[in-house]
Design a binder for this molecule. Structure first.
Ligand SMILES: Cc1cc2nc3c(=O)[nH]c(=O)nc-3n(C[C@H](O)[C@H](O)[C@H](O)COP(=O)(O)OP(=O)(O)OC[C@H]3O[C@@H](n4cnc5c(N)ncnc54)[C@H](O)[C@@H]3O)c2cc1C
Length: 492
């Protein structure tokens, strides 16, 4: 195992994409095999040494940032293999596989792994631990439904081999047996869950649930992912992408409502009409942020939507026409729509979306600002209200803001920029007011980034003390010494 104690290296590993400044560790360990990872974690348990798991460090909530002890990076555990039979296929994967590499490899063999967090340099272990989701979640859901098996090392040194369907909660208890025969019993309660299509805050608990789902999205606080099996599906025969520009935000939001409604109808009826697999929103300030890279944006655009539609050679043109008609009903700029028929054009659209997230980061570095970024989702009927809530809060608190994201899932990111201490204070107030309103609408404080070290207060606000205590009790079942990922999601 490679191990570092040099402060420059330890400091670099003590940060993720959230820029949370308070990470610290005594050492960084980088196991070169799953066996070394198991040995490393068991050594920590024997020594009562806290440990934090780190994958691609693209997290935005400091979940992988250490709060003392040892940081264990899984990035060298990067083997994977596609297994195919006539009807199905799945990928066996170690936790350090880069998402993009896995996706490209299976696509080259005619299969498709749908989960697509915008940051595809993230690793499979990090994706499973955060139940990562992305643009295509609108059609395909988050990471969870694609995880069919997980091998987990627990905080007591035991190993669980969890195959979906193997252990299910019955009569209020989830009973699980480890590879060595140790038994675990977790009381399963019914807790009020937000009525949203994306939710990543707190542990997943549901009557009748499958044990594997407790570990997916648990931000690494219950144990270490050693290996996983991921379901893949047949690669759609053809896809086209569109970027549509709108002369008003209202027109754009009306378009989204219609596009979503017709996509759902198509899925229910089994085909024929349009069915977006992603619907991504960019407001005017987001477009301005990346205009230098994409000078062909229509100058009058107040908002834009990037969408993708799966099709065949014969359905491509009729579907394209249906989309064009729908865009033209809501925008006078329909003729400016970008059409992406080939992979290169579609990658450019994907780059546009990614460029906005990157430009936010570059701007705060260049102007020595910070940003307060939201990750809230609301029940779908409140999509419009969510946009106007963010915009009004930015105006009322005199903050510059960009609003963009996964509008298909009623999930928008607002980034409030703050330079001075006074602006930071106002941005935090805007954030708090947004949380309060989103919770009143039945939404979630985190649709995809998780809680990490930054949103614990909001988790408490969302679920209340009693439920957070219940999460603590679940952690103690699997990590009795409270050694794994201390300070992430819940405090001791
Ligand atoms: C520009 C940008 C865009 C983004 N867009 C999206 C998006 O669209 N959707 C989305 O969901 N996220 C998004 N993210 C956030 C981030 O990419 C995801 O949360 C991602 O899943 C994190 O993966 P990672 O490999 O970087 O994990 P890390 O950040 O290293 O870790 C994340 C969590 O996983 C735990 N972990 C890591 N390995 C293991 C293991 N082997 N066992 C147990 N726990 C482990 C860590 O302890 C931590 O709690 C974005 C980030 C950036 C910077």
């Amino acid at each position: 195992m490679v191990s570092y104690t040099e402060s420059a290296i330890v400091d670099a590993y003590s940060r993720d994409a959230s820029n949370y400044p308070d990470g610290w560790a005594e050492a960084v360990w980088i196991p070169q095999s799953v066996e070394e990872l198991i040995e490393a974690v068991r050594e920590c348990i024997d020594r009562d040494q806290p440990l934090t798991l780190s994958a691609g460090r693209t997290g935005l909530t400091a979940a992988a940032v250490p709060a003392g002890g040892v940081l264990i990076s899984v990035k060298r555990l990067n083997r994977f293999a596609l297994h195919q039979s006539e009807e199905t296929a799945w990928v066996w994967s170690e936790p350090g596989v880069v998402l993009q590499e896995l996706q490209q490899s299976v696509e080259a063999q005619g299969w498709f792994y749908p989960p697509d967090p915008t940051e595809r340099s993230s690793l499979i272990g990090g994706n499973i631990a955060t139940n990562a989701s992305g643009a295509r979640t609108f059609k395909y859901g988050a990471t969870r439904p694609y995880v069919r098996r997980l091998r987990m090392l627990l905080g007591d040194g035991e190993i669980l081999d969890l195959r979906r369907g193997q252990f299910r909660a019955q009569q209020g208890t989830l009973r699980i047996e480890s590879e060595s025969g140790r038994c675990y019993a977790v009381p399963i309660r019914s807790i009020p869950m937000p009525a949203v299509s994306k939710h990543a805050a707190g542990l997943f608990v549901q009557p009748g649930m499958d044990a594997i789902d407790l570990f997916i999205g648990s931000e690494g606080i219950l144990g270490v992912i050693l290996e996983a099996e991921l379901q893949v599906i047949p690669l759609p025969p053809k896809v086209f992408g569109l970027v549509a520009f709108f002369d008003s935000v209202e027109g754009c939001l009306d378009f989204v409502e219609q596009a979503r409604h017709r996509s759902y109808q198509t899925r229910r009826s089994g085909g024929g009409d349009i069915d977006a697999r992603l619907l991504e929103f960019l407001d005017r300030p987001s477009l301005e942020l990346v205009r230098s890279q994409f000078p062909e944006f229509h100058p009058e655009a107040e908002a834009a939507i990037w969408l993708e539609q799966e099709c065949t050679e014969t359905t491509a043109m009729p579907l394209l026409e249906q989309w064009y008609e729908l865009i033209a009903q809501h925008s006078t700029l329909a003729d400016a729509t970008w059409v992406g028929l080939d992979a290169q054009q579609q990658e450019r659209m994907q780059r546009l979306r990614h460029a906005v997230s990157e430009a936010v980061y570059e701007r705060i570095c260049a102007l020595k600002q910070t940003k307060i970024g939201t990750d809230m989702a609301v029940p779908e009927p409140y999509t419009r209200q969510l946009y106007f809530l963010y915009r009004q809060l930015a105006d009322r608190h005199r903050l510059e803001a960009v609003i963009y994201g996964h509008i298909g899932n009623a999930h928008l990111h607002a980034n409030f920029f703050a330079g001075s201490e006074a602006e930071r204070h106002r941005a935090r107030r805007a954030y708090d007011e947004a949380v309060a309103q989103v919770l009143r609408w039945g939404g979630t404080i985190s649709a995809e980034h998780g809680v990490g070290k930054l949103k614990k207060r909001y988790l408490q606000q969302m679920f209340g003390t009693e439920v957070v205590d219940y999460f603590r009790r679940i952690k103690r079942v699997f990590d009795p010494k409270w050694l794994i990922n201390p300070g992430t999601m819940i405090d001791r």
